[in-house]
Design a protein around this ligand. Structure first.
Ligand SMILES: Nc1ncnc2c1ncn2[C@@H]1O[C@H](COP(=O)(O)OP(=O)(O)O)[C@@H](O)[C@H]1O
Ligand SMILES: [Mg+2]
Length: 260
């Protein structure tokens, strides 16, 4: 269900959660009608196989719709209204077969060129917004009968008392925005996943301090010597031989203990 953006969006809105306005697009005529309905800017996404912004085209005031449809290969697609978000966040959580549920603290995510660049915890949102985000993930996990670690990516819109979350997508797996848990939480997302799928008790998702995870994309991984020399920086390299632009080569996590 989560492999197809259209079924995913329908499912999430059936849970009473907010998603960006969307329309199915199976032809150029559908795209023209969808853009007339949702306006510009909007985002055209293939229903399947997209990641790190691949399979997506932003429809701007000047965008030619035939070219945009061609750019995604004329694949079955969805058009989404553009969400003017204040920030992006994700909930990384585990659900056990017995219905047990443990969410890590809300992650705040900064993307560059549609690729996750930084994750910071705690997220700069109200306690009520964090609780609403975690409740949305709990509801999604329960409705799917999901077992294991999963992530729900969300947009935060509005501010102050008007702050709320819009669900963007579900990742049915450990997630890049949860990589910080290896050093920054009592239980890493990877250990937590194994606990969940083995039917073991879930571990504590408590945080060990203020945490920042930085993705090393392309040539950024060449800084590895400096990162190793930095006190308290935890370096992870994935062993990919070639550092192509936009390719995730590793990440570095910094944990600053909080006082008191
Ligand atoms: N409807 C939208 N409104 C605003 N920004 C969007 C929208 N859809 C995607 N984006 C931006 O593009 C990024 C990647 O899109 P996403 O749907 O998460 O696809 P994927 O992560 O599978 O490439 C999002 O994290 C967000 O920064
Ligand atoms: Mg995404």
């Amino acid at each position: 269900m989560t492999q197809d953006r259209l079924s995913e969006k329908r499912f999430v809105s059936e849970q009473g959660l907010t998603v960006a306005p969307f329309r199915a697009v199976d032809s150029l005529a559908d795209l023209e009608a969808a853009v007339a309905a949702l306006g510009r800017p909007s985002v055209l996404k293939t229903r399947r196989f997209g990641y790190d912004g691949k399979g997506q085209v932003k429809i701007l005031p000047e965008t030619d719709l035939a070219e945009a449809y061609e750019a995604i290969g004329g694949s079955p697609a969805v058009l989404e209204g553009f969400v003017t978000f204040a920030r992006e966040v994700s909930v990384v959580a585990a659900r056990g077969a017995d219905g047990s549920f443990a969410a890590f603290d809300l992650c705040e995510n900064e993307h560059r060129d549609h690729i996750l660049a930084f994750t910071r915890i705690p997220a700069q949102v109200s306690a009520a917004t964090e609780a609403a985000a975690i409740e949305a993930a709990r509801r999604i996990g329960a409705a799917l009968g999901y077992v294991g670690v999963f992530a729900v990516e969300m947009f935060v819109v509005g501010e102050g008392a008007g702050e709320s979350v819009v669900v963007n997508e579900i990742a049915p797996r450990v997630h890049n925005s949860g990589h910080w848990t290896s050093e920054g939480a009592q239980t890493s997302q990877f250990h937590q996943h194994v606990r969940a799928v083995c039917g073991f008790p879930l571990g504590s998702a408590a945080r060990r301090g203020r945490v920042e995870m930085e993705n090393l994309i392309g040539d950024a991984a060449l800084r590895w010597r400096d990162l190793l020399a930095e006190p308290g920086a935890h370096l992870h390299l994935y062993g990919k031989r070639e550092a192509r632009p936009g390719r995730k080569m590793g990440h570095v996590t910094r944990v600053v203990p909080e006082q008191g």
